[in-house]
Design a protein around this ligand. Structure first.
Ligand code: HEC
Length: 109
């Protein structure tokens, strides 16, 4: 009886381990950090995208979010810790920054 209970506990803890994978967590954080999702401006995998087009004196201007999947971790991290003109300031931990970096540079769909 005790043995069966231990087996049951072991299988529950094994299941809990894969309940959410690193990739699933990374994806979740990328699309829903504490604040507006990175994906809304930088595209679903950090490839960059057009945020909006507008006209100034009859000329079309394009507001873009740059690609962020081609930076090294240092550049990526510094950018997230500084304030920008368009991009909101996030107060992310180093661990969160690392996982976001992992997500945008892992290259899978
Ligand atoms: C409102 C749109 C918007 C959102 C949301 C946003 N960004 Fe940005 N991001 C930008 C823009 C635009 C720039 C270029 C700097 C500027 O003009 O603000 C930028 C710059 C960056 C850079 C620096 C790129 C470089 O070439 O140096 C990184 C890294 C970055 N963003 C990562 C992120 C991550 C990660 C998130 C989510 C936590 C995020 N951004 C959310 C618009 C956005």
């Amino acid at each position: 009886m005790k043995f069966i209970f231990i087996i049951l506990l072991l299988s529950i803890s094994m299941f809990a381990d894969d309940f959410i994978t690193k990739m699933e967590y990374a994806k979740m954080l990328y699309s829903n950090p504490r604040g507006i999702g990175c994906s809304l401006c930088h595209g679903n995998r950090g490839q960059g995208s057009v945020i909006s087009r507008y006209k100034v004196k009859g000329k079309t201007k394009i507001l873009r979010a740059p690609a962020i999947n081609n930076l090294n971790l240092q550049e990526f991290s510094v950018a997230l810790k500084t304030t920008h003109k368009v991009m909101p300031t996030y107060y992310l931990t180093n661990q969160e920054i690392n996982i976001l970096y992992f997500y945008v540079t892992s290259g899978t769909k």
